[in-house]
Design a binder for this molecule. Structure first.
Ligand SMILES: Nc1ncnc2c1ncn2[C@@H]1O[C@H](COP(=O)(O)OP(=O)(O)O)[C@@H](O)[C@H]1O
Ligand SMILES: [Mg+2]
Length: 292
């Protein structure tokens, strides 16, 4: 099946190329295009994942709409502007150009990934002390805000509240980002629960536009979130998941050192990854995935 891993649009100026999304300048707005690129452990793979770009965009649209009562967001329209190529359909959206806060607003309701690693060493996550006796995938007493910096190259770095405040420059702004992050997580995890899914953690990016804070970037996709099936949840081990964990596990299993160049992904791993992304969309939205 066809994948799109690199883009160029005649007549449009590229605004930025991220690990997954290519963004084009439309003047006051941006065209955000989700490609089928896969990044894992912050390394981008050569093979595309069929349907991935459309899953990311459609899930983002679903969540932006659902959460718009909590915070305004950057979406202008999901329609492809007239005169632009057809392949943009389902994978792109026109958004307000925002000044993105240089902070990945991470929120965790459960102990997993780097949080679990840090907890084992210091009984804390991003400097926040936690009760003793928690296990891998334990639910936290209350969701915690654990921001990290947007590293321009390589892995994101967890920062303490104090450092994050310094990065944002204003304590009031920092508090607002924290507050929005926790409220969005609470609403999203409550909804996910009704679909039989645990939202273990996620990451938001906020921007500043027309004098106010808005929710930008992707929202609550399998790339930015850990989703676990609630009926299989049992702390004390790695959880099965609807997110990118499947690829991460494969990469761990072959002993890759997580630095470029990326290994070649076998066809069956690619197919299974597509299946996981589509499954995430269908589980979360309760709708059939009918996009190409
Ligand atoms: N409304 C917006 N205005 C400006 N930049 C945005 C907006 N929404 C998202 N972005 C930026 O667009 C890029 C999206 O591409 P992505 O592949 O996710 O990049 P990254 O490799 O940084 O994760 C990110 O750098 C993100 O901060
Ligand atoms: Mg990103």
């Amino acid at each position: 099946m066809q994948t799109i891993t690199s883009t160029s649009i005649p007549g449009l100026k590229l605004h930025s190329r991220g690990k997954v999304r290519d963004t084009y300048d439309l003047g006051n707005s941006l065209l955000m295009v989700a490609t089928d690129r896969l990044s894992a452990f912050d390394v981008v793979f050569n093979e595309g994942i069929p349907k991935k770009g459309a899953v990311l965009t459609q899930l983002t649209l679903f969540w932006l709409q659902k959460l718009s009562n909590i915070i305004p967001n950057h979406l202008i329209t999901a329609e492809v502007p007239k005169g632009l190529p057809d392949w943009l359909k389902h994978r792109s959206m026109v958004v307000k150009k925002a000044e993105i806060f240089p902070l990945e607003c991470v929120v965790r309701g459960y102990l997993a990934g780097s949080g679990w690693k840090e907890y084992q060493k210091s009984q804390s996550v991003c400097g926040i002390s936690l009760p003793a006796g928690l296990q891998n995938a334990s639910k936290l007493p209350t969701p915690i805000f654990t921001p990290s910096t947007k590293a321009s190259v390589g892995h994101d770095i967890n920062v303490t509240g104090k450092e994050a405040e310094k990065i944002i420059g204003s304590m009031d702004m920092f508090n607002q980002l924290q507050d929005y992050t926790l409220r969005l997580y609470s609403a999203a995890s409550e909804y996910a629960q009704t679909r039989g899914i645990i939202l273990a953690d996620t990451k938001f990016e906020f921007g500043f536009s027309e004098g106010k804070i808005i929710l930008a970037d992707e929202a609550l996709t399998p790339d930015s979130s850990r989703y676990w099936p609630a009926d299989k949840y049992s702390p004390g081990k790695e959880q099965e998941s609807f997110d990118k964990q499947f690829v991460r596990n494969y990469l761990e299993s072959i002993g890759w050192n997580k630095t470029p160049p990326p290994p070649k992904l076998p066809d069956d791993v690619i197919a299974k990854t597509t299946e996981k992304y589509v499954q995430a969309y269908e589980k979360i939205t309760g709708k059939k995935f009918e996009f190409e």
